[in-house]
Design a protein. Structure first.
Lengths: 113, 112
């Protein structure tokens, strides 16, 4: 069964450092997403991406965040200058069409020290 | 504001019983609702989608209902098993259709 793959599974970084989280969505999916889940809290929407541009972003997705689809398979989330409060699990997801069900990756746990 | 709410308290039931989880929404009329399962440290996994014109949807031991009058969806697991222990998330499409908004989830514990 097709799956969304994410790397790394766990990253530890120092406050102020840049982090790039990588995702390979399902190959025939056209919509890509990043979500965040702080420990013990709900799954929060960060950004959606379609046709090589951001289609929607939340208020969490400020100037320190950026997304990119550098080639035909990868979808990345960059956090420019990490803060302690960025520590969370980051999930990538993809869907075939707009509003379709989401297929999530296993997540990348980010720990900012 | 448009809200989607789930009972944040954990639900504890005995193996073999039916678990019923609730999802309520306010200030919004979703065209459909989705239910996902999330295990600790893992990403959500899609289970069922129910549209506003459907009263009920079933998949094996799972059943979802959608009551637009009560603004509520119920998620049932019949003949529950310890392996059903997880957090169950209700979700709706955001306005504009480019995002899915999740409720806080209900943690289910099934005791053997």
């Amino acid at each position: 069964e097709p799956e969304v793959t994410q790397t790394p599974s766990h990253q530890v970084t120092q406050m102020g450092q840049e982090v790039i989280l990588r995702c390979v969505p399902i190959s025939n999916h056209l919509y890509f997403y990043w979500y965040r889940q702080i420990l013990g809290q709900k799954v929060e929407f960060l950004v959606s991406f379609y046709n090589n541009e951001i289609s929607e972003k939340s208020e969490i997705f400020d100037d320190q965040f950026s997304v990119e689809r550098p080639d035909g398979s990868n979808f990345t989330l960059k956090i420019r200058s990490t803060k302690l409060e960025d520590s969370a699990m980051y999930f990538c997801a993809s869907s075939e069409g707009q509003g379709d069900v989401l297929t999530f990756g296993a997540g990348s746990r980010l720990t900012v020290l | 504001s448009q809200k989607i709410e789930q009972n944040s308290e954990a639900l504890n039931i005995q193996e073999g019983k039916t678990a019923t989880l609730t999802c309520n929404y306010t200030n919004y009329s979703p065209a459909y609702l989705q239910w996902y399962r999330q295990d600790p440290g893992r990403g959500p996994v899609f289970l069922l989608l129910i549209r506003e014109n459907e009263k009920e949807k079933r998949k094996e031991r799972l059943k979802v209902t959608f009551d637009t009058t009560l603004k509520q969806s119920l998620f049932h697991i019949t003949a529950s098993q310890p392996a059903d222990s997880a957090t169950y998330l209700c979700a709706r499409a955001g306005t504009g259709g480019f995002k899915t908004i999740f409720g806080a989830g209900t943690r289910l514990f099934v005791k053997a």
